[in-house]
Design a protein around this ligand. Structure first.
Ligand SMILES: [Fe+2]
Ligand SMILES: [Fe+2]
Length: 134
């Protein structure tokens, strides 16, 4: 089933929503590649792309949160580091595994994204709303 961004993930912050949409697009591209038996090196490229886009997205969020003096910034940075760590683990395992394709489980990736947005970023949105900043 398609892994897609939906309005319920909307934060109301345009640049963050755009980046979340892009992350969903990459995860969905990976899902299609894996289910279509795509060449392993292309799948690896897509995972590398996901890591790079995630790094860029997290840096954007952290800069924005710092600008807004978000009190939970440190905890959010720790969460971002853990998420990047799990993606980098996946990439490392993918590179060394015989059953590489089976490791790219779309449900894991979708859960990873949903968790990041719903449990993490929405805390920031609540903070902005409480200060009438959004
Ligand atoms: Fe985010
Ligand atoms: Fe985040």
């Amino acid at each position: 089933m398609e892994v897609a961004w939906s309005p319920r993930y909307g934060t109301g912050i345009e640049i963050i929503d755009d980046q979340h949409r892009e992350l969903f697009r990459i995860v969905d591209r990976l899902r299609r590649m894996v289910s279509g038996g795509m060449d392993r090196s292309l799948v690896e490229d897509a995972i590398v792309d996901l890591v790079a886009c995630s790094e860029q997205h997290f840096a954007t969020e952290e800069a924005y949160m710092a600008k807004m003096a978000y009190p939970d910034l440190e905890a959010h940075i720790t969460e971002h580091l853990a998420m990047l760590g799990s993606l980098q683990d996946l990439l490392a395992k993918f590179r060394e595994s015989e059953q590489a394709m089976a490791l790219v489980v779309p449900t894991f990736m979708e859960g990873w994204l949903r968790h990041h947005i719903s449990d993490g970023d929405f805390g920031f949105v609540s903070f902005l709303k409480s200060r009438n900043l959004v």
